[in-house]
Design a protein around this ligand. Sequence first.
Ligand SMILES: NC(=O)C1=CN([C@@H]2O[C@H](COP(=O)(O)OP(=O)(O)OC[C@H]3O[C@@H](n4cnc5c(N)ncnc54)[C@H](OP(=O)(O)O)[C@@H]3O)[C@@H](O)[C@H]2O)C=CC1
Ligand SMILES: O=C(O)C1=N[C@H](C(=O)O)C[C@H](O)C1
Length: 267
Amino acid sequence: MTKIGVLGANGRMGRVLIDACYQHTDVSLGFASVRTGSSLVGIDAGELSGIAKQYIKVCDAQNQPTGIADVIVDFTLPEALQANIEWCVNNKKAMVIGTTGLSADELAMIDQAAKSIPIVFAANYSVGVNLLLSLARQASAVMGKDADIEIIEAHHRFKKDAPSGTAVAIGQVIADELGRDLSKCAIYGREGATGERDRESIGFCTIRAGDIVGEHTAIFATIGERIELTHKASSRLTFANGAITAAIWVKNKPPGLYSMQQVLSLP
Ligand SMILES: NC(=O)C1=CN([C@@H]2O[C@H](COP(=O)(O)OP(=O)(O)OC[C@H]3O[C@@H](n4cnc5c(N)ncnc54)[C@H](OP(=O)(O)O)[C@@H]3O)[C@@H](O)[C@H]2O)C=CC1
Ligand SMILES: O=C(O)C1=N[C@H](C(=O)O)C[C@H](O)C1
């Protein structure tokens, strides 16, 4: 049995993660924490999640129990990352991190922490998106040199970062396969007299609307044909279930930084 500590328990993902812990037979919820000073401290984690009572009181992020959870699952926001990582390193806890929109410094923080604790870090924990990453790599190898490559993503109106972490991860896989530097070839939206398309660029297009859970398409278009790889998530449980799979996998791993592709043994 793997005991999970859920951070950011009041978030869209936090609440679904509590539900996923309840549904999985081989994990259980160790604790669930919320932002320091939140009025939700003390309420039942199950009630917060909208499921049956769990008889676990939501705790304050600065008062998390150190002896209960084996793996900490962090789907919060970039500003919470440093404190979350410090707590896990100090208490020798494995981590599953799903937060996106991280800066270079924050990514370096994860790299540094992974020297002392095992961490799975992925922009997307769904099986389908991780398969799409492998397919995008394959499509790049076969037709990437000739194709115009565009990545389109759509998410709910509440999302705070753009393009999505998943879109960036797809772009990175493609750029790596083609030997391009994503920071130089990425184009984030177009407007006005843009001129003809630069053949080496990788375009990103972002849609924010309503309650879209998460959709990604990678287009490889030549003159005469195109391939479109599309993934559509229709439930956040997809991400939460993937994070639980990662938590079980990483529990007894040595310190290091692991990907969801490794968790799923994808090529
Ligand atoms: N990797 C993946 O598969 C997926 C990743 N994500 C990513 O996960 C993250 C969370 O998404 P989502 O749940 O929709 O976002 P929400 O805004 O709904 O949740 C974020 C949670 O983090 C908490 N939080 C923010 N700052 C702090 C802080 N300083 N200390 C403690 N808690 C804090 C918020 O607390 P409060 O409620 O008090 O504001 C909130 O509960 C995003 O980065 C998103 O992109 C999302 C889905 C899948
Ligand atoms: O914020 C979200 O909701 C999601 N964020 C992740 C991302 O930025 O890629 C993953 C998923 O698409 C949902």
